[in-house]
Design a protein around this ligand. Structure first.
Ligand code: NAD
Length: 483
């Protein structure tokens, strides 16, 4: 181990000690790659959650009245604290989630955390003058919603936590954050680092199971839920909101399609196609999960992607050489391998991969390209959320759009073409919250992101993201004549 790697491991151990449950209590959390126990997550209960919400409520007024300037300054300090601890947090994240340090993975995720938080801190949400005439002055202002519940998934646990809590804190809300039961330790460590600079009880982590998540969503004293996770859980949260009328932002499952248009120069796009699908070893909400390729370039695309898949290093994330890692958990591994087996049995061609990489560890699955697959195969119609890309051949462009749009989710999508005008026209035909041209999955802290159809509702990022964690108030008074 190099000196810097040893220093990061030691700093990660210190962070872990700050957040993990005392010996003999809590729940063991495995290293995703080696399955060794990393540490113990506190097993907070529904009663702990109720207390946390009470504390967050008590802290909210002072946090809101602190004002935007001071809150922004504190959030900028929190971003600095994340940067100062980035290597330690990346180390812990890499072990717990499985994603390698290198590539668009753990260090990249930490970089996004501080970048998004800084943007949250410095973005201004102006009030709007609606009418200003002789008889009326009416203004729309944005106020804190109150106490926000942040419920996160296990795939980009730190970055998604920041997406939820950064705007919420910026707008003067206090937050109770519940990470996924699969990746609690790295999120608890991130929050501990932020809490070194934030006032007490403004941001409270709760490490519990699905019962705690359900209670957070249905709690009578929660004003807003920021949720990222599966569509099934999103539906439960909508049901809960009938009880407490909590506002919701729901970033749910996707099954993003990409379409390669006729005549596209394959060598220009192959790398970006690969990473559009295999970022975070395919465990990304807005990764490309189905690729439709025109007959004229089909074989070339399949061969190029198979070649990249075979030459991209997979393995333990702490090895600087690796850029692909394991599946994070056994249920997800079983979904991916089951869908590939089903595709193979139906006559699809597994060009590369299609097997567990048992030499690397229990939850590694080789990057897999499946060609000559029917559009109605499970691997195409369901979200695989792992390193297995189905590539569907088409000859009629209208058919490709019908297939791409023929699912009940619509998070992201992409069109690929060497002709900019063709690409723009094609983009307008895709049914998804975001359409990328000649790339897939790139996000920016000022560009709103959100799904349509069963991929959820509400926008995150930028000015729209600040609006999502606010409530509006209209202030209506006398117009110019009466002033
Ligand atoms: P999940 O829905 O199983 O769990 C997400 C979180 O919800 C966890 O913290 C869990 O404890 C909690 N939870 C479980 N039951 C709950 C309930 N009844 N009420 C409230 N909370 C409850 O999702 P996951 O398996 O962690 O994440 C994978 C899924 O998330 C995929 O479908 C993926 O597409 C989606 N995802 C979407 C985005 C996006 O931005 N749209 C981003 C990442 C992941």
């Amino acid at each position: 181990m190099s000196e810097s790697a040893a220093a990061a491991a030691a700093a990660a151990a210190v962070l872990l000690d700050r957040v993990q449950a005392p010996d003999g209590t809590g729940r063991e959390i495995p290293d995703a790659a080696t399955r060794e126990v990393i540490g113990r997550a506190p097993a907070h209960t529904v009663a702990d959650l109720d207390q946390a919400i009470e504390r967050a409520r008590a802290a909210q007024h002072a946090w809101e009245t602190l004002g935007h300037e001071e809150r922004s300054a504190l959030l900028l300090k929190a971003a600095d604290a994340i940067d100062a601890n980035a290597e330690a947090l990346a180390h812990l994240l890499s072990r717990e989630q499985g994603k390698p340090l290198n590539g668009p993975n753990a260090r990249f995720e930490l970089g996004a955390c501080s970048a998004w938080l800084r943007t949250n801190a410095t973005t201004v949400l102006e009030s709007q003058v609606l009418v200003d005439d002789e008889s009326l002055h009416a203004e729309l202002v944005y106020r804190a919603a109150g106490v926000v519940g942040a419920i996160g998934p296990w795939n980009w646990p730190l970055m998604i936590t920041i997406w939820q809590i950064g705007p919420a804190l910026r707008m003067g809300n206090t937050v109770v954050a519940k990470p996924s039961e699969y990746t609690p330790l790295s999120v608890l460590a991130l929050i501990a680092v932020m809490n070194d600079v934030l006032p007490a009880d403004v941001l409270i982590p709760i490490s519990g199971g699905r019962d705690v998540g359900a209670r957070l969503a249905s709690h009578p004293d929660i004003d807003k839920i920021m949720f990222t996770g599966s569509t099934a859980t999103g539906r439960r949260i909508i049901e809960s909101s009938a009880g407490n009328l909590a506002r919701l932002t729901l970033e749910l499952g996707g099954n993003d399609a990409g379409i390669v248009l006729p005549g596209t120069e394959v060598s220009d796009i192959a790398q970006d196609l690969f990473w559009g699908a295999f970022i975070n070893t395919g465990q990304t909400c807005a990764a490309m999960k189905r690729l439709y390729v025109h007959d004229s370039v089909y074989d070339e695309v399949v061969d190029a992607l198979a070649e990249i898949a075979e030459s991209t290093p997979m393995g333990n994330g702490l090895d600087e050489n690796n850029v692909l890692g394991p599946l994070q958990n056994r249920p997800q591994f079983d979904i991916v391998s089951g869908l590939v087996e089903e595709a193979r049995a139906s006559g699809a061609r597994v060009v590369t991969g299609g097997a567990a990489a048992t030499d690397l560890g229990e939850l590694f699955y080789r990057p897999t390209i499946v060609a000559d697959i029917d559009n109605d195969a499970g691997l195409v119609q369901q979200e695989q959320f792992g390193p297995a890309l189905p590539i569907i051949r088409y000859s009629d462009v209208d058919q490709a759009f019908a297939w791409a749009n023929g699912v009940d989710v619509g998070l992201g999508s992409s069109v690929w073409s060497s002709d900019p005008e063709d690409a723009r026209q094609a983009a307008a035909r895709m049914q998804a919250g975001t359409v990328w041209i000649n790339s897939h999955g790139g996000l920016h802290p000022m560009v709103p992101f959100g799904g349509i159809k069963s991929s959820g509702y509400g926008l995150e990022f930028g000015v729209e993201g600040l609006k999502s964690v606010a409530v509006t108030q209209v202030i209506s008074g006398p117009g110019r004549k009466g002033r």
